[in-house]
Design a protein around this ligand. Structure first.
Ligand SMILES: N[C@@H](CCC(=O)N[C@@H](CS)C(=O)NCC(=O)O)C(=O)O
Length: 219
């Protein structure tokens, strides 16, 4: 036992980011599944996270939240299979991708396009077509920025696994489940090649959430 406990939510992309990093590093951990979108889950998360968000990592008595900080902690404590490469430029690119994803990518790609275009309909919940439209429009400059970075070859190259791959992979996986999202990715060759490579990795496949299938809809 190495004292790692992750509190997260099955379908959550940020939870999967951490799970991918743990899998890439070959680390075992206990998993506590809490739905932060439910009243009960929010209440349960309050003692762990001031905003009742997931994921939260505990390492014995040390608790850390914010996904980028969690990945950094894992690399610092468990030095094998580093997800932060050496070299000023490549490290800057890794951090740039994390910033882009957190500040500009997560909301439109996941909370607008995926949630309203895929997840809510599968759950039989109400979805809003305007959210999808706005999310797709807001995703364009984010995808363009990521395409330029991927084409540069330092990170998102499908060869060297980094924190940037873990952070972005789960979000693109969800974004592609919406048909317009898939078309938008197909128009960007460097990102398409990158995603083709990382989506074959055992850590990516082993952490893929079990989403409700359309026929299971409760609508
Ligand atoms: N900045 C946080 C974001 C975490 C986050 O937004 N997690 C989502 C699930 S993917 C969540 O807990 N959402 C609950 C809510 O919005 O109330 C991080 O990097 O960990």
């Amino acid at each position: 036992m190495i004292g790692l406990r992750l509190t997260g939510f099955g379908p959550s992309v940020y939870t999967r980011v951490v799970r991918m990093a743990l899998a890439e590093k070959g680390l075992e951990y206990e998993f506590e599944d809490v739905n932060p979108f439910s009243g009960e889950g929010r209440a349960a998360m309050q003692s762990l996270h001031p905003m009742s968000r997931v994921p939260v990592l505990e390492h014995y008595a040390f608790k850390i939240y914010e996904t980028a900080a969690i990945l950094g902690y894992l690399d610092d404590v468990f030095e094998d299979a580093q997800l932060m490469p050496r070299g000023a430029k490549v490290r800057a690119r890794v951090r740039q991708v994390l910033g882009l994803v957190d500040c500009y990518g997560y909301w439109p790609m996941v909370r607008q396009v995926f949630s309203h275009g895929v997840f809510r309909p599968r759950l039989g919940e109400e979805a809003n077509a305007d959210e999808i439209k706005q999310g797709l429009a807001a995703s364009v400059p984010v995808l363009d920025a990521l395409e330029e970075i991927a084409a540069g070859g330092l990170v998102l190259n499908g060869r060297d696994m980094t924190r940037a791959d873990c952070h972005l992979g789960p979000m693109i996986d969800y974004f592609l489940m919406q048909s317009d999202g898939a078309e938008m990715l197909a128009e960007r060759p460097a990102l398409t090649a990158w995603f083709g490579a990382i989506s074959q990795r055992p850590a990516f496949l082993a952490t893929r959430p079990d989403l409700p299938v359309a026929s299971e809809s409760i609508a």
